[in-house]
Design a protein around this ligand. Sequence first.
Ligand code: AMP
Ligand code: TRP
Length: 331
Amino acid sequence: MQDLLFSGVKPTGMPHLGNYIGALRQWVTLQHEYECYFCIVDLHAITVPQDPKNMRQGTLDIAAAYLAVGLDPKRCNIFIQSEVPEHTELGWIMGTIAKMGEMERMTQFKDKSKKGGRERSGLGLFAYPALMAADILLYDTTIVPVGDDQTQHVELTRLLGKRFNDHFGPTFTIPELLIQKHGARIMSLAHPEQKMSKSDESKNGVIMLDDDADTIRHKIMRAVTDSDSGITYHEEKKPAVANLMTIYHHMTGETLEQIEKRFTGKGYGDFKKSLAEVVVEHLAPITKKIKHYREHPQDLMNVLDHGRDAARHVAREKMKLVRDRMGLGRN
Ligand code: AMP
Ligand code: TRP
């Protein structure tokens, strides 16, 4: 059996540089080695309130971004989660396999429920990891490339898959997590102690894949740096500069040592100027393609139709086996 890769992004806005470096960019390389399923996880997005109009646009924006960064629809199945109802069905079942204590330990739930308080947080937000386990297990996924904020969810997926197999007989493949050494957690440019996130209050902290060149330059020139000078990589002592250097590394392919050498004796101003140019250069073709797909959304429709049909075919067969194993319904 060929190794299978599954991953996804929530349609809560245009992907940012953190999504790109932490996830999307690796996928472009990995698509040559694996059979791939890339999902637009709209059912996960609605675990916090969403405006319906923005959801539709956001869903197409993610599809556009997937293609614009270089995912090849001839190699990958790109689809919308809610168009394959088996995800919801297996998500429910996973909710019967998972324990409350396990779900309560999920840091994403703790973080996201902090704002409104636990009492007022949605049940769906709590159950989020059960649906994510379903996404992954439905396809006999062997590898899940994600940013490091998803590590705990993939570990829970492995646990639930194993528990199901032990209880009901071999049904699911247990997936491996794939995390990059550098770039699994890109930090905000404005608050380097927080990860770059669509919900960052400071718009200057986040570079969106559709930002124009001047906006990118403006955000990078305003990026927070560390108190002592010098372009050297030290995650604990110089977290802000380490983050900017990681971005530089991903945009150019230069190693961190090469970057240190290149900027020996130079100040933050020179470094930021150069960083702004390499980011602008790297993102320009991507931004242009995103714009094309926004103007020609019909180009996305065939890709999403094809992805949905391919995904449904696999998901339907797996759900037949799951129902059979659990004694659900009739023969
Ligand atoms: P999301 O937009 O939350 O659906 O995330 C999509 C993917 O991007 C997941 O694999 C995340 O782990 C990854 N990701 C999100 N934010 C970052 C970040 N700041 N740095 C690295 N990866 C990230
Ligand atoms: N929870 C992931 C995130 O916030 C998105 C996601 C949902 C996902 N289902 C998945 C990622 C399955 C990988 C595999 O980024």
